[in-house]
Design a protein around this ligand. Structure first.
Ligand SMILES: [Zn+2]
Length: 446
């Protein structure tokens, strides 16, 4: 029996094609049996061949399959990042400054579209995909700002990248157009047709005070083309007048809940508890899924100036949707990255494990790994409608993230360090196991 080689990048032995990973801490939500305690996973030819409780494994007859003793290390399925904006990612490296306000950031980026070239988009987005892959991400949804009815330049670059990255990161591409586009039926039909042709998801930005009477048209277009629906919605804290009830009602009435996802929903966090609970009951009845984006929403929400204190004021409200209340009702819930290093958010690195660690502190998740690991794996897969569901069971691909932490405390305390990524039974090594160097983005825009 050999100790799993967590330390050191040089001289990493490849995993044997047949191997047992014993004494693995797999969260209950990522297995298909409920028995607590450590497990042993047998990997064979890129797949999971068996999952046994550790006691069963210890009692089995001797075999010649090598065993790597994980000594209680945490094993997760590879990650799903259900909400990112690769088209805007790393715009800070292109010289854009972060804004501290959602609508100011939107205006700044719109004004920058004219500088976007295919070469720059590919460079920024490929950098992002290499980063996500190194962190252990298997599938990722990127929005694409929809600046022209037939589809913007970034849409075409994302299509190329989807093909090039197939088998490493499953790239889901979602249009992001203002709900006001639905005012013009011909224009809206052109958008939906382009999204359908590009095998994307039909996404809309529903801003405060948006013309929600147009929402049925979004559902009609989705139904006509058989598209999944996605809404950026209620990303604000004031006034507490949510648009989510309209989407929940339509999703329920039209039976489209399982194909509908709503991201942000920050205003739910400041609703009066009775109104919040009634709305969450409606969301649960509709079957739609929610995505919470702690990085950007902690940064952008309640981020205001105060002339009395040198221009800055400490935020008091968090901008998180009520995740405990949502989970208590069985509402599908994922955490995801959202923006990275752009005018919306000057941080982030497309790492779902660090996102979970942040959510643990921001939303007070007591056992983030044991009880919430599915929010960055299974729930993300469900939100994107993937064929792979993220459960570590026989027959599933051997796509794993192994972290040396043995508990929520140890994993969250050192989330960024020490993980090993296994894809199709192969341990990532060398350049693909580390996020790319930021210096690669130097000179992005002459
Ligand atoms: Zn977003």
């Amino acid at each position: 029996m050999s100790q799993f080689p967590f330390q050191g990048e040089i001289g990493q032995p490849p995993l044997p094609p047949r191997v047992w990973l014993s004494r693995a801490n797999v969260p209950p939500s990522l297995r298909d049996f409920a028995t607590p305690g450590l497990v042993a996973l047998q990997l064979q030819d890129g797949q999971i061949a068996q999952v046994l409780q550790q006691a069963e494994f210890d009692a089995r007859p001797a075999s010649d399959i090598p065993v790597l003793d994980l000594d209680g290390s945490t094993v997760l399925s590879a990650f799903v990042d259900a909400h990112t904006h690769l088209d805007k990612g790393d715009l800070c490296a292109a010289g854009l400054a972060p804004e501290r306000d959602l609508f100011a950031a939107i205006a700044l980026v719109r004004g920058d579209y004219g500088h976007w070239s295919a070469a720059e988009l590919e460079r920024r987005m490929d950098f992002a995909l290499r980063t996500a892959y190194a962190h252990g991400t298997r599938a990722l949804n990127s929005y694409c700002d929809w600046s022209q009815p037939e589809g913007p330049l970034a849409w075409r670059v994302l299509q190329d990248l989807r093909a090039r990255w197939a088998g490493r990161v499953e790239l889901v591409i979602t249009s992001l157009a203002s709900i006001a586009e639905l005012e013009n039926p011909a224009r809206a039909a052109t958008i939906a047709a382009a999204v359908a042709e590009g095998r994307g998801v039909l996404g809309w930005f529903v801003y405060p005070g948006a013309p929600v009477h147009l929402l049925p048209r979004a559902f009609e277009l989705a139904e006509r083309h058989g598209l999944r629906l996605d809404f950026h919605i209620d990303e604000h804290l004031n006034p507490p007048r949510p648009n989510l009830p309209h989407v929940a009602r339509l999703a329920r009435e039209r039976g489209w809940g399982a194909r509908t996802v709503c991201g942000h929903c920050c205003v739910l966090g400041v609703l009066e508890p009775g109104e919040r609970d009634a709305l969450l009951d409606d969301v649960a009845a509709s079957g739609l899924g929610l995505v919470s984006l702690p990085w950007t929403n902690l940064y952008l929400q309640d981020n205001a100036s105060d002339p009395a204190h040198g221009g800055r004021r400490t935020p008091g409200r968090r901008g998180l949707l009520p995740v405990h209340e949502a989970r208590a009702r069985g509402i599908p819930l994922a955490f995801a990255s959202d923006n990275h290093r752009d005018p919306f958010f000057p941080g982030g690195d497309l790492d779902p494990l660090q996102t979970l660690a942040l959510a643990a502190m921001a939303a007070h998740l007591d056992e983030p790994v044991r009880d919430w690991a599915d929010t960055v794996t299974r729930q993300g897969a469900a939100a994107l409608g993937l064929a792979w569901d993220g459960v570590l069971r026989p027959g599933a691909p051997a796509d794993l993230v192994i972290h040396p932490g043995r508990s929520s405390v140890e994993v969250v305390g050192r989330a960024a360090h020490g993980r090993r990524v296994v894809r199709a039974g192969r341990l990532l090594a060398g350049a693909e196991a580390a996020p790319p160097d930021f210096r690669e983005l130097d000179g992005l825009r002459p």
